[in-house]
Write a protein that binds this ligand. Structure first.
Ligand SMILES: CC(C)(COP(=O)(O)OP(=O)(O)OC[C@H]1O[C@@H](n2cnc3c(N)ncnc32)[C@H](O)[C@@H]1OP(=O)(O)O)[C@@H](O)C(=O)NCCC(=O)NCCS
Length: 390
């Protein structure tokens, strides 16, 4: 039945995002989970949480695999089942979907989902290599292409087909940097100007420094319950009413088009159908702006505007705070930061705050319906969720 709650979010937590020197993933995750426990005093985490599903992209950063039980240990959840989910930058979007499936299956009543990554202790060259492992090995990695390079190919294709400009992409960065200044947990709290963005160093043309997301440390989590027991734990649960996920070719070179992410379109459509809603019903969204062009593609793939109109949409101010559909009120991956495994549930955390009136000076007044869009790699995975204020 369209619009029926699949699960309810009864609490959520987020570590401070940034350069977290001297910490490990386990400590960052413990920080996020503590916040989620503190804001849900009716829940006894040790007794009530039955399983943990956690997104974590790469063991290379810390030389630490087997993340599920490691984090369960540091969160006090042993001996509950704890499973790591890996879908590149969509790892915790996938963990969220897995948690939903675990509850819908009837196996569990209450689960924790989340994600974590510790990246900044590595050099940019090392991080670039570890991230590139989520692209195609024989044809992409082997030939030296990086993620900024892959998204630059999408950007030039979009510029060529639709006339999208570097200035329009820079507008995404200006908006998201502004929103980040309103978020005390964002990695970077700095306004930028069009001039500064346009004159920043070229990373992979047309993408410049300010078109790229940040390399960040951070963790995020949500506590999910069956909808019928949510009010036992909080007066203000948020229901998840749509969940879509889709896959595409690992290699960008094999895609039908470079100007749209097919997996994101399909995931979005499935989530809207499940929720019984249309793009125009969404009041606030967190989308995967790993590069500024990716936010413009998201507007189009999610049906917020027609194909090719993303550049115009950002210019018109529709997605700014105070606009008709604020996008990335948290600051997005661009300014809040992108600890890859943590990003999907960090997006859900922001929507949880928005739909429970806890987003303080970046609150979208009257927001009832929220959406998250989490992309893995260059689009081989996409996960879209739709949320409703209870
Ligand atoms: C863009 C990028 C290459 C810059 O890395 P870098 O050249 O090593 O930059 P540094 O770490 O030396 O930082 C230089 C300055 O730029 C700032 N900076 C770094 N990355 C930035 C970014 N993405 N946006 C804005 N500022 C950034 C730093 O804070 C620093 O500022 P300071 O001089 O005032 O201290 C790196 O951030 C990157 O690779 N981002 C993309 C990550 C990615 O691909 N994620 C997965 C997506 S699918």
């Amino acid at each position: 039945m369209a619009g029926k709650p699949l699960v309810s979010i009864v609490s959520a937590g987020l570590s401070k995002f940034g350069r977290r020197e001297g910490t490990m993933c386990r400590e960052l995750f413990a920080e996020a989970t503590k916040e989620s426990f503190d804001r849900c005093s009716n829940l006894d985490p040790i007794k009530d949480i039955e399983a943990l599903f956690v997104g974590h992209m790469g063991e290379s950063y810390e030389h630490q695999g087997h993340t599920g039980p490691t984090l369960a240990d540091w969160t006090g959840l042993l001996p509950k089942p704890a499973i790591r989910i890996e879908s590149a930058c969509a790892s915790s979007g996938s963990a969220l979907r897995t948690g939903i499936m675990a509850i819908l299956s009837g196996l569990h009543k209450i689960v924790m989902v989340g994600g974590v990554e510790k990246m900044t202790h590595r050099t940019t060259a090392e991080v670039t290599e570890y991230l590139a492992m989520a692209s195609d090995m024989p044809f992409e990695q082997w030939n030296g292409i990086t993620f900024p390079g892959l998204y630059a190919l999408m950007a030039t294709a979009h510029m060529n087909k639709y006339g999208t400009t570097e200035e329009q992409m820079a507008q995404v960065a200006i908006k998201n940097h502004h929103n980040g200044t309103l978020n005390p947990k964002a990695h970077m709290q700095k306004e930028i100007t069009l001039e500064k963005a346009m004159n920043s160093k070229v990373v992979a043309w047309p993408l410049k420094l300010y078109d790229c997301s940040l390399i960040t440390d951070g963790a995020s989590c949500l506590i999910l319950t069956r909808p019928n027991i949510a009010k036992k734990y909080t007066d203000t649960p948020v229901d998840i009413i749509g969940s879509g996920q889709a896959s595409d070719t690992i290699g960008l070179y094999e895609r039908e088009t470079l100007t749209s992410l097919k997996a994101a379109k399909i995931a979005g459509q499935n989530a809207y159908n499940m929720a019984g809603l249309k793009p125009k019903d969404v009041n606030v969204a967190e989308v995967h702006d790993c590069f500024t062009i990716a936010e413009l593609l998201a507007y189009e793939d999610l049906g917020f505007c027609s194909s090719g109109e993303g550049g115009k949409m950002i210019q018109q101010g529709t997605t700014e705070l105070g606009g008709k559909l604020p996008v990335n009120t948290s600051g997005g991956l661009k300014s809040k930061g992108h600890p890859v495994g943590a990003t999907g549930t960090a997006q859900a955390y922001e929507i949880y705050l928005q739909l429970t009136n806890q987003a303080q000076n970046r609150q979208v007044e009257g927001a009832t319906i929220g959406l998250t869009h989490n992309v893995g790699g260059s689009g081989a995975t996409a996960s879209v969720h739709i949320y409703r204020r209870n």
